[in-house]
Design a protein around this ligand. Sequence first.
Ligand code: SAM
Ligand code: SF4
Length: 341
Amino acid sequence: MKLIAFLEKKQQVLTDNHGRTINYLRLAVTDRCNLRCFYCMPEEGLEWLSRKELMTYEEMLRICSLLINMGVTKIRITGGEPFVRKDMMKLLTAISRLNGLQQLTITTNGVLTAPLVPELKKIGISSVNLSLDTLDRNRFFSITKRDELPNVMATLEALLQHGMEVKLNAVVMDGRNTQDILPLVQLTKDQPISVRFIEEMPFNGGDAHYSKLNWDYLKILDTIRQAYPNIQKVKDEAFSTSYNYHIPGHQGSVGIIAAYTRTFCSSCNRIRITPQGILKTCLYDNGVLNIKELMRNGLTDEAISTDLLYAMHHRAKDGWEAENKRKTNAPVHESMATIGG
Ligand code: SAM
Ligand code: SF4
């Protein structure tokens, strides 16, 4: 009786063994992509997940609904590139209608997104994260192996035209796009864009293991500060993964995400589900629960909730502990396309 009462109480709010409340789900809906960003996946030799390995939309809706009942209020759809999966707007529309969900957002590379912006707005998506590492067409090609910068810029324009909140994510890569930091910051002058620079992480689907990161958040900040000495720190929102700044006279803002240095773990409110339906309680763990299998084995929502709570109560304290605990003991070599960023 006591155990049941404990579980019932716990089920109201999803918390972990370190006292953190979980209210944010990042759901990766596909591993496939129409770009080949070198820091995310190799250009060739990729083995895509088969249809059977992927969660179906019905399964995704079920797990979203279950997690909303356990306290999740925000869902971000990511991938791979979400819009390469067929009928993505149908899934987004269905998720947007789930009772109790307060915020639905999406992370996209913008290649196919521009024509969909009015529909995204119509179903209540008011904020979009757009990935863009450079404003130079040649560098864009060299980073992504595809000549798609004009389509991405069309998406940026469409988002701004429709009054959507835009967070522009740029991975900072030593020797590849550090000359783009200031032009990207300059975008915040006349547009209400939040440009966020992300430390490069070792999730490129290969065997690269970064022992030293040359462009960490301090170096990125220093570079911006040299050009804009009057840049001001602004208060970071609760659970923010970025350190946020404002340049006087600019409409937008600048953020830096210390994704490799991992300075934000103590307030982490998020979980991730991969396209195969694997729960990750930390970006750096290698998956702690196969939710898809639980569903396909016929478990009830209650039984799945209990397993989710168990996983949350065995969560690593931070990204360093999660990485050390990886079962394989191998260095991180996943592709970010199966994690979702
Ligand atoms: N395809 C979509 C896109 O690029 O926006 C969504 C998925 S992508 C994996 C999500 C985010 O992860 C992107 O902003 C991307 O820049 C970031 N990302 C991918 N690989 C990364 C890496 N190795 N280090 C840091 N960020 C990475
Ligand atoms: Fe595709 Fe996004 Fe990965 Fe680039 S970062 S390869 S756009 S999934």
